[in-house]
Design a protein around this ligand. Structure first.
Ligand code: PA5
Length: 424
């Protein structure tokens, strides 16, 4: 089944005719992406990246992973934004026990977090992966300065070199210079793939391989997504339908998209999605505000607002069909809580009833909602889902009339911070 889209709870908010009316705009956006003629066309390398990703890279990184796993007990992954979120999202989505635990740095400047990372370096045998496309972003640069110094206190010579891996531009940026000067292993992020679209490049593939993820299945999921979501017939392409539906709802005043999941392992997928959609569409005074909830947890904090607050929200649920080993609810002879009605049922069945109830209640409360269902929570399906969202925002952004591939607004705080830091 792969990934499916259900639109039952859009009734009376979005009609099939309205979606079909977008066929021309969607086809135009599709052509601009595939022929690389649209805005931001220097950054369209992600469109056919899955089919262009060489099997040899997957084999090389799988061999690197074996080598690193043999001499390390933990990975330190340094990066922010597109150089952080997809890695964490994938690992948390897959859950379980990675071959090597991953500790993150460079996405904040918290003393407490950094102290924990420095302690890991002192106590364990580690390998560091430092990721920055520009090679000049402040947070990861400062984190790497601290981590590099800690690594040098512990290791030297060839031992140090084998434990620091850089992922950055082929030529530009301070990180490239640091890698070249110190002889650190370096993997290249292609010029034509922007940060938030880079999870399929060495940005994601290197740390995910080291952590033990089946990167072949991950790449195959992307490839399935590329094939599935390149069909120009709107009625057969759920990704293009999603892009059209968002624009229809936005025009009707639904300016917040709440991504909601009843699966806690989806939380960082929603964080990755927020960067992808927020940075791609939020410009020129436009853009749907991407927000997220994890349920049932947030039903008891955000539930009131979702049911009854300002009616400017639509919701996209992400569910997992085969959610793992069953956990059966026991029978209780006393039945004081009156839940023997679900005795013998799998907890995930109850979770799915909570979804149906919530989607229906929110719909009746004036929140139209969509449902994306993944067959299972594995490397293949998360790869396919990433491509679904990447393609979806390319089409949706072009329909909206923005350049989805730049992020000029991210620079504003940096300039002010450099001034405060006295950085030349
Ligand atoms: O989407 C983007 O390009 C940005 O948000 C980047 O991901 C983020 O700023 C990190 O950039 P870099 O990898 O150059 O350090």
């Amino acid at each position: 089944m792969g990934i499916t889209l259900s639109t039952g709870f859009l009734k009376n908010f979005v009609s099939t005719e309205e979606i079909n009316a977008y066929a021309g705009a969607v086809k135009k956006a599709h052509d601009e992406l595939h022929q690389k003629t649209g805005a931001g066309n220097d950054y369209l390398g992600w469109v056919d990246l899955p089919s262009k990703t060489p099997d040899a890279l997957v084999a090389e990184l799988t061999a690197l992973a074996k080598e690193v796993q043999a001499h390390s007990e933990a990975i330190i992954s340094i990066g922010i934004g597109g150089s952080y979120l997809g890695i964490r999202s994938t690992l948390e989505f897959l859950g379980g026990n990675p071959a090597l635990p991953v500790y993150y740095a460079g996405h904040n400047m918290s003393n407490a977090d950094m102290s924990r990372v420095l302690k890991v370096i002192a106590d364990k045998k580690v390998t560091v992966v430092v990721i920055s496309k520009s090679g000049t972003t402040t947070e990861p640069a400062v984190a790497f300065r601290l981590v590099d110094a800690a690594m040098r206190r512990k290791y030297s010579g060839e031992e140090l070199k084998k434990r620091i891996i850089c992922v950055t531009d082929a030529k530009k940026g301070a990180l490239r210079q640091i890698a070249d000067k110190n002889g650190y292993r370096a993997y290249v992020i292609p010029d034509d793939v922007g940060g938030r679209f880079s999870i399929l490049t060495p940005v994601g593939l290197v740390p995910l391989a080291l952590a033990g993820v089946d990167i072949k299945a991950f790449v195959d999921g992307f490839r399935a997504g590329e094939k599935e979501y390149s069909q120009t017939d709107l009625s057969r392409n759920i990704c293009y339908q999603y892009a059209a539906i968002r624009n229809i709802l936005y025009k009707k005043g639904k300016c917040i998209e709440m991504m909601a999941s009843f699966y806690p392992n989806v939380q960082y997928v929603t964080e990755w999605w927020k960067q992808l959609y927020g940075e791609s569409e939020g410009k020129g005074g436009q853009g749907i505000f991407p927000a997220s909830t994890i349920l049932s947890t947030d039903l008891h904090s955000m539930g009131q607002l979702m049911q009854d607050g300002m009616r400017n929200i639509f919701e996209t649920f992400v569910m997992i069909d085969k959610a793992g080993d069953a956990v059966l609810i026991p029978n209780d002879p006393l039945d004081i809580d009156k839940f023997n009605c679900i005795a013998g049922k799998d907890l995930d069945w109850v979770n799915k009833q909570a979804y149906h109830a919530t989607a229906d209640a929110h719909y009746e409360g004036g929140v139209p909602n969509l449902l994306l269902t993944l067959e299972r929570a594995d490397a293949f399906h998360i790869g396919q889902l990433y491509y679904f969202f990447e393609k979806g925002v390319g089409i949706s952004g072009y329909i909206l009339g923005v350049n989805p591939f730049d992020q000029p607004g991210v620079e504003a705080y940096k300039k002010k911070m450099f001034a405060l830091l006295g950085k030349k």
